[in-house]
Write a protein that binds this ligand. Structure first.
Ligand SMILES: [Zn+2]
Length: 374
C-alpha cells in the first residue's frame, strides 16, 4: 500500500471509527484524496462507510468504521498459572477469548507449546468465517527473543536457555507469522496504546501477579536494554536481609510486593485482603501500610532513574493502588518531579488483558506495514 493508505489504516485502527474529514485532517490530505482512500479501504474490506456527521457543526461527513475481521491477530498470554488467548481485531475489537486454567510453571517446553496451541485453536474456531487471521503473538513471563522464541530466562516457569520457539511452531503447525514478547513489555505497550498510558510520551509500567515485571515506554517504543533484559524490575535489590527469590538473590522487590507475598502477610486470599482493607479492617490496613512502603520504595528508585510522566500499575497492583496511594506518595515525595506534581501514579485500565492487547497491537501494526514498536 502507498504511504497515505498505510497511514490511513493506522489511524483507522487507532480510532476504530472516524469521520472522513477527520481522517483527512489526521493525514494532512485534501478531502477528495481522503474520499478516494476511504473508498479504497472499503473496497478492500478494511472499513465500512456510513452517512453521518463528524461532530463539527455544519460539516456533514461520512463516517468510516474499522471492519474488525479484516485483520485478526491471535494473541496468547502464557502466565505462570494459566494460559489466555484473545482474537484481536482491526480497530481494537475483542472477537473471541479462551482461558485454560492450568499451572504452566514446571511444564516442559513441548507441553507448554501444546497448551498454547489448544488456546489458539479455541479462539480461532470461535471467529466469524470471513475473518482474515494475519498473525500470532505469544507473551511469555520471561526474557524471550521476539523472532526465534528462545527463552533466556523465565524463573517462574523454571526455564533457562530453552529453545521454545521451535516447540511452539511445531505444536501450532501454522504458516502464519509468529512473534514472541515479554509479558510486562507487551503489557506496557498495551496500556500505552489502548489504556491508562494513552498519549503519554514517557510511561513506566509496573505489573505483576506472582512475579513483578515492568516496561518503560518512551516516544512509542519499549526500552529493551542491551541484551533485552531491561524491565526485570522484580529483581531490583530492595531488602538485603530479605527473603530468597527464585532468581537466587535475596530481598528482590517481588519478594516484597508479589501477590502471594502480600496475601501471606494477612494469611488469606489476596482479593479478600483488599476487600477487608476497603472495609477498614485494622489488620488488613496494617498490611496495606507495610505493602505501600515497599511498593513506594521501589517506585521511588524507578521514577528517579526513568523520570516518567505517568506510572501505570497493572495486574494485582491496579486494585491495590487506591488502598496504598498515601504511603506510595509519602515514599516518593523526596523526588522533585513528584513534589511538583509532574508524575501521575495511576491504575492500569486494561486489567489482566494488557499483555494480550499489547501483543495484538504489535502484530496488527506489523501487518499494516508500519514499523514494529517493540
Ligand atoms: Zn529475584
Amino acid at each position: 500500500m502507498s504511504g497515505a493508505r498505510t497511514r490511513a489504516l493506522v489511524v483507522l485502527h487507532e480510532s476504530g471509527t472516524i469521520s472522513r474529514s477527520d481522517l483527512g485532517s489526521a493525514l494532512g490530505i485534501t478531502r477528495s484524496t481522503a474520499a478516494a482512500i476511504a473508498a479504497e479501504l472499503c473496497r478492500a474490506g478494511y472499513a465500512e462507510e456510513s452517512g453521518g456527521r463528524s461532530g463539527h457543526v455544519g460539516r456533514p461527513s461520512l463516517t468510516l468504521r474499522a471492519q474488525p475481521t479484516s485483520i485478526v491477530v491471535l494473541s496468547v498470554d502464557m502466565r505462570v498459572d494459566s494460559c489466555h488467548a484473545l482474537a484481536y481485531g482491526f480497530g481494537g475489537a475483542h472477537l473471541a477469548r479462551e482461558v485454560i486454567d492450568r499451572e504452566m510453571a514446571g511444564m516442559s517446553p513441548d507441553e507448554a507449546g501444546a497448551t498454547v496451541a489448544r488456546a489458539l485453536e479455541a479462539v480461532q474456531s470461535a471467529l466469524p468465517a470471513q475473518s482474515r487471521v494475519a498473525a500470532i503473538s505469544i507473551s511469555v513471563p520471561g526474557i524471550v527473543d521476539a523472532y526465534t522464541g528462545f527463552v533466556s530466562y523465565a524463573p517462574h516457569l523454571g526455564w533457562r536457555d530453552v529453545e521454545w520457539g521451535a516447540a511452539v511452531l511445531t505444536a501450532l503447525g501454522t504458516p502464519l507469522p509468529v512473534s514472541f514478547g515479554n509479558d510486562a513489555n507487551l503489557g506496557a505497550l498495551g496500556e500505552h496504546l489502548r489504556g491508562a498510558g494513552r498519549g503519554v510520551e514517557a510511561m513506566l509500567y509496573v505489573s505483576g501477579g506472582i512475579g513483578i515485571g515492568g516496561g518503560y515506554v518512551e516516544r512509542g517504543r519499549v526500552r529493551m536494554g542491551g541484551a533485552g533484559f531491561a524491565g526485570e524490575i522484580g529483581h531490583m535489590p530492595i531488602d538485603p536481609d530479605g527473603e530468597p527469590c527464585p532468581c537466587a538473590a535475596r530481598g528482590c522487590w517481588e519478594t516484597l510486593i508479589g501477590r502471594d507475598v502480600i496475601a501471606s502477610r494477612w494469611n488469606g486470599d489476596y482479593d479478600d485482603l483488599l476487600e477487608a482493607a476497603r472495609r477498614g479492617d485494622e489488620e488488613a490496613l496494617e498490611v496495606m501500610n507495610v505493602t505501600g512502603h515497599w511498593l513506594g520504595l521501589g517506585l521511588r528508585g524507578l521514577i528517579a532513574i526513568t523520570d516518567p510522566a505517568r506510572v501505570v500499575l497493572g495486574g494485582h497492583l491496579a486494585p491495590l493502588l487506591p488502598l496504598v496511594v498515601a504511603q506510595v506518595h509519602a515514599e516518593c515525595a523526596s523526588l522533585p518531579q513528584v513534589r511538583a506534581g509532574r508524575v501521575d501514579i495511576v491504575a492500569g485500565a486494561l486489567g489482566q488483558d494488557a499483555a494480550l492487547i499489547g501483543g495484538g497491537e504489535v502484530q496488527i501494526m506489523a501487518t499494516i506495514g508500519s514499523v514494529s514498536p517493540i
